[in-house]
Design a protein around this ligand. Structure first.
Ligand code: MN3
Length: 233
């Protein structure tokens, strides 16, 4: 996505362009991103309550996400990866170190996750509704497939709605901090929507009840962001 499109996108949903736009939506070398400040959360810690409680959000953002960012920056320092943008790194991730894979994925995936949630209600665009229905039959069937994937994924990881290079939408999950942009992903594509199903994303509020967390996630989805991701893929 071009940076100007990204700015147009965030303008529709949140007040200011997150700083991390510089990191993964532009051709800025990743090394240069070290100089960027850690990106701001696009809403307050309590903004997504009750679905996601403030304490979970604060720890998730200030501890987990921040650590992925810091460790990723340390992992790429003085390596060839430092001169590449994130998407280029992911496309060849099997050639990089495990820390670059885990921390780079952790940094990027959380950015996507924060952005595809919103405290205010958003609506599915006509374009996205059509393409979801074309690919899944009905919106409810898509929702069911995504929910089941998120609920049943074994252990830590992420569930995704992505668009493949053939233009078709698909649901998948990835383990750990992998994502569909990585060459190691079983199903590869451009992510449109994601949910973090690591226990740290829900355990304080839901304990073992991941299914409840996943069901409540639907109240948070920022369809403006998802729609723009599809249009700008
Ligand atoms: Mn997480």
């Amino acid at each position: 996505m071009e940076r100007r499109n990204f700015i147009a996108l965030v303008g529709t949903s949140i007040a200011a362009a997150p700083v991390w736009a510089n990191v993964y939506n532009s051709k800025m070398p990743a090394q240069k991103a070290i100089d960027s400040v850690f990106p701001e959360l696009p809403y307050a810690y309590n903004a997504l309550e009750p679905a996601i409680d403030a304490k979970t959000m604060e720890i998730h953002y200030t501890k987990h996400h921040k650590a992925y960012f810091t460790n990723f920056m340390a992992a790429i320092k003085d390596t060839p990866a430092a001169d590449l943008d994130l998407k280029s790194i992911f496309a060849d991730i099997s050639k990089y170190s495990t820390p670059i894979r885990n921390f780079g994925g952790g940094f990027y995936n959380h950015n996507l996750f924060w952005e595809n949630m919103s405290p205010s209600k958003t609506n599915l665009s006509v374009v996205l509704k059509d393409v979801i229905e074309k690919n899944f039959g009905t919106f409810d069937k898509f929702k069911e497939e995504f929910s089941n994937a998120a609920k049943k994924h074994f252990g830590s990881g992420w569930a995704w709605l992505s668009v493949g290079s053939d233009g078709k939408l698909f649901v998948s999950t990835t383990p750990n901090q992998d994502n569909p942009l990585m060459d190691v992903a079983e199903k590869k594509g451009t992510p449109l929507l994601t949910i973090d199903v690591w226990e740290h994303a829900y355990y304080l509020n839901y304990q073992n009840r991941r299914a409840e967390y996943v069901d409540n996630f639907w109240n948070l989805v920022n369809w403006d962001t998802v729609g723009k991701r599809y249009e700008n893929r």
